[in-house]
Design a protein around this ligand. Sequence first.
Ligand SMILES: [Mg+2]
Length: 263
Amino acid sequence: MTDSLATLEAKIQSAVRVFLFLDYDGTLAEFAPTPDDIFPDPEIIRLLEDLTAIPRIEPAIISGRKLPYLQRLLPVKGLLLAGTYGIEIQTRDGEILHRADSALIQPPLQNLKSRWQQLIQQTNGIYLEDKGWSLALHAKDAEAAEAERILLMAESMAQKLDSALFRILGGHRFLEIAPQAANKGFTIQALLAETLDQADTAVYLGDDDKDEEAFAVLQELGGYAVKVAPPNTPTRAQFRLDSPAAARAWLHKVVVCCSTAEY
Ligand SMILES: [Mg+2]
């Protein structure tokens, strides 16, 4: 059972600084048909410009998408972008940070890529995405039994990689292999742990299991999680919004509240 958002709005209004972490797909935007669809949404860009313009709000996008796609989706000056779950970060000043070692990650990943390409070449509806820092298989357009068979084989190939370096991420007809640091929880820890003060508030809006990892870390640091999902969806978040449209409407409200509050 989640709480009324009015409680969270009051905390945001009284905070000196508000760290606002936002997932993109399924949270701010409705899902794109494929991960390579990059349709910048003027309404979302405007919303993030408005949030970024409020001095005491520090918005950040924490997404599974690769950073170059986020840069094209959200050309907003002063907005922090964390791509591939936080492996690649564009800071508020525009500096680019990498939280994994390319020399260690690339050789095994490229080796696995050619094995996965061979595995899927006879199958329709499975898409291999090379994100640079990770590899993902998207199988939602494949026939169900075939998708399951291929993803299981792909997973057993991925399990042969060094688990000290890599982690396997799942999802609905989805499999991804990424560096261990590709974890939204670690990313929140890295971005927040040393800067969060008692007078500050941290809020995270997200829709899936990768966001739940961030919710846990954020809650441990005293922050608040908002699940973007229909009622009765299991979550550890304290608050909930029904859909990306509801999330955008609520953030518009935050803009109005914080723009008029006396700070
Ligand atoms: Mg999402």
